[in-house]
Write a protein that binds this ligand. Structure first.
Ligand SMILES: Nc1ncnc2c1ncn2[C@@H]1O[C@H](COP(=O)(O)OP(=O)(O)O)[C@@H](O)[C@H]1O
Ligand SMILES: [Mg+2]
Length: 286
């Protein structure tokens, strides 16, 4: 019997749902807390705890990435791969890869010091959007509306010891409806697509900041751009997020590695966790 190992660091709706779906399909599932795993250079892939295939669902980007590296080096099949995890977890890398592969994406400028960020923001003009290159749930994603807000941002970042705080990700503000689109991609299939509408007095559409989901029609144009983005990143189980620019159409702004689908599963008929299980099963025998 195929055994699927789910590695997590905090059990969310998604991990519980996937776990019970695997069991429901008559397969063997184990849940392993990533915080409890240790490796050494002699670690063997025969460690039965990891089963036949691993689904990496760790929330902490750094922890997930390093665990993935070790597991991959041991020769274990893991979804998503180290390369995919690294690209998705870092918005600078994601933007560069999307652009390189001709996937429409917002125009974004990167700066690596306070001085150059100040200069870039002056040249780009306001409003603009700033984001931490590593992060999720809309945290630290701000609209910078004028020079005084830009100075406040530079000030706060300067006082921050985090090694990423001096890397500035500055993006054009997209003229879009009060929603974005989340597509859940599993291999070559799109398992679900939803609009995420922002809540009142909030411009970000993340479900984590009150966004409301509604099923979105999967047009052939949407399908094409989403699969192009997923292939550019390296494929696997991904959450491709897009905005609808009023002039340019779809722009992919983010690809998520350990995609959350609580909002999507509440409004979509498709069996997202079931499709993930089927994909893992397929990958385990490759
Ligand atoms: N350039 C932009 N223009 C307009 N809205 C944006 C822009 N970038 C992000 N947003 C809004 O902010 C949300 C969070 O940004 P995102 O890049 O997805 O970061 P996170 O990883 O924190 O979710 C998006 O879902 C979208 O609603
Ligand atoms: Mg997002």
């Amino acid at each position: 019997m195929i055994r699927i190992c789910i590695i997590y660091d905090k059990l969310r709706f998604e991990e519980k749902k996937i776990y019970s779906k695997i069991k429901e399909k008559g397969l063997d599932a184990t849940l392993v807390d990533g915080k409890s795993i240790t490796f050494d250079t002699e670690s063997s892939k025969r460690d039965p705890v990891f089963g036949d295939i691993i689904l990496q669902r760790v929330i902490s980007y750094t922890r997930g990435l390093h665990l993935t590296y070790c597991l991959e080096q041991m020769g274990l099949p893991i979804v998503n791969s180290y390369n995919v995890s690294e690209i998705c977890g870092n918005k600078l890398i994601t933007s560069m890869i999307l652009k390189k592969n001709d996937v429409p994406t917002p125009k974004t400028t990167f700066a690596f010091s306070t001085e150059s960020a100040r200069e870039c923001m002056k040249n780009l003009g306001y409003p603009l959007v700033v984001k931490p290159i590593i992060g999720s749930w809309g945290r630290g994603v701000y609209q910078i509306k004028d020079q005084s807000m830009a100075e406040m941002l530079l000030d706060t970042r300067q006082d921050n010891d985090n090694s990423y705080s001096r890397i500035y990700y500055l993006q054009e503000l997209i003229d879009r409806p009060s929603r974005d689109i989340r597509c859940i991609v599993i291999g070559d299939e799109i398992a679900a697509s939803v609009y995420r509408y922002s809540s009142e007095n909030e411009w970000r559409t993340n479900v984590a900041v009150g966004g409301r989901t509604e099923e979105a029609p999967l047009t052939s144009e949407l399908q094409e751009i989403v699969l192009k983005a997923s292939n550019a990143i390296g494929g696997g189980i991904l959450g491709v997020d897009l905005m609808e620019d009023k002039a340019r159409g779809y722009l992919v702004h983010e690809v998520n590695n350990t995609v959350e689908f609580r909002g999507a599963s509440a409004v979509c008929k498709s069996d997202i966790a079931g499709a993930m299980t089927d994909y893992l099963l397929k990958m385990s025998t490759k």
